[in-house]
Design a protein around this ligand. Structure first.
Ligand SMILES: Cc1cc2nc3c(=O)[nH]c(=O)nc-3n(C[C@H](O)[C@H](O)[C@H](O)COP(=O)(O)OP(=O)(O)OC[C@H]3O[C@@H](n4cnc5c(N)ncnc54)[C@H](O)[C@@H]3O)c2cc1C
Length: 379
């Protein structure tokens, strides 16, 4: 994060490329290279449409989607990266081109490493309103809830998205919240699915699920994020076992008390289209084709003087999780701390192709400081 600014490098401000236009057949939309998640949500919902989006307003849609894109609707329609159908790119020579299939396969997973993305065309879906909200638990219920989700995830409808997070309310009260999102026009079926999830969950403190527009949810979530100092770590798991859950639990207990220190889990259910092999016609550099959980260990603080403590906790938590037998080699590039992983580890079987694409489409390393840094080979 914060990876678009580099000493002695040129940064191009794309914020004015913020147009969002749905096609007349309502199957796709063209999104400008500088539009953010909230801008996309607002325009699409005026048309009764939606597409998978990140839930923080200010995150750029192109950076989010091309490098993976965990967030809303991913169990139903897949990760952001799997909804990209076309890209308009400015090449190193300054030519504007529509990406051919091999370049598009690189952009799906490695984003701006081959050129400036002027616009992305993505799939869109008919959706007016969502059911959204959460169930609040005591932090001790984190482990039993994750066990339940692990065993039941495949039995929930794809329209039900579940995220989990442990955080501190001001006043040092630690809670665990399951964040729910229902993405089908059949809201009654959503209430039924949420009721079933609640009946399988450990005892909770309360819940607040209601009908809302996605943009309102994005605004609400963004308003809850405090200004903070610090960094992120990440580890992914295809399945949890006792060892990994025990380590997570240990670091939930040891978590510093700052309101900006958080553990957030993004669960991609095995029922998601992104958990299955892609159609052969759709090339991609995204490596993880299975149900999995991406853990964000946010070692940030509001109080700058406590930065060291929180960062140390997040690094130790990451290392302890990495040492467990079930942790995956492939970490999420967008949240991997620079230098922590090689790109060969992150991209697995896709890595050799990415290097060839970089040699072909960025022969002089003009985009070398983009994420991922293919020439350096490090995250
Ligand atoms: C507060 C916060 C919350 C987040 N939550 C989530 C989440 O829920 N799910 C998730 O998956 N990720 C999440 N992320 C990670 C986020 O998706 C990545 O950091 C993403 O790369 C941010 O994109 P950006 O354009 O905003 O950032 P930038 O740092 O500006 O861009 C990231 C990289 O993409 C390149 N890039 C961006 N736009 C273009 C373009 N048009 N053409 C070419 N290259 C481009 C930049 O050069 C840079 O290398 C979050 C990040 C933050 C800061």
């Amino acid at each position: 994060m914060g990876r678009s600014i580099e000493q002695d490098a040129l940064t191009i401000d794309l914020r004015k490329l913020d147009s969002v236009r749905a096609a007349s057949d309502r199957q796709t939309a063209v999104i400008g290279g500088g539009a953010n998640n909230l801008q996309v949500a607002r325009v699409l919902e005026q048309e009764g449409l939606a597409t998978p989006l990140g839930l923080v307003a200010t995150v750029g849609f192109v950076g989010w989607a091309t490098l993976g894109g965990y967030g809303s609707f991913m169990n139903q329609w897949g990760l952001g990266v799997d909804n990209i159908v076309e890209a308009e790119v400015v090449t190193w020579e300054g030519k504007v081109i529509t990406a051919n299939e091999e370049l598009l396969a690189g952009i799906r997973g490695a984003g701006g490493a081959f050129g400036i993305i002027v616009s992305l065309t993505v799939k869109v879906y008919a959706l007016e309103k969502v059911l959204a909200g959460g169930i609040l638990f005591a932090p001790q219920q984190f482990k039993p809830f994750l066990r339940m989700l692990e065993s039941e995830a495949s039995s929930f409808p794809p329209a039900l998205q579940v995220g989990t997070a442990v955080f501190n309310f001001p006043g040092k009260v630690r809670v665990f919240r399951a964040e729910l999102l229902w993405s089908s026009p059949d809201l009654d079926a959503g209430y039924t699915a949420i009721q079933r999830l609640k009946s399988l969950s450990p005892p909770s403190i309360g819940d607040d699920v209601s009908e809302t527009a996605l943009s309102t949810l994005i605004e609400k979530i963004t308003a809850m994020i405090p200004p903070a100092y610090g960094g992120n770590e990440t580890v992914s798991f295809a399945t949890f076992d006792d060892e990994s859950l025990d380590v997570l639990d240990q670091y939930v207990t040891a978590m510093p008390n700052d309101p900006a220190t958080v553990i957030a889990l993004h669960h991609l259910s095995p029922v998601s289209p992104s958990a299955r092999p892609l159609q052969e016609s759709m090339g991609s550099s995204w490596p993880l084709r299975c149900g999995h959980t991406m853990i964000e260990i946010i070692g940030s603080v509001r109080d700058k003087t406590k930065q060291f403590e929180s960062r140390q906790w997040s690094v130790e938590c990451r290392d302890a999780l990495w040492r467990t037998t079930k942790s995956l080699e492939e970490t999420y590039i967008s949240m991997t701390y620079p230098g922590d992983r090689t790109l060969a580890q992150i991209y697995g079987s896709k890595w050799e192709n990415l290097k060839s694409l970089s040699a072909k489409y960025d022969p002089h390393g003009i985009f070398e400081l983009s994420v991922p840094r293919i020439r350096s080979g490090m995250a």
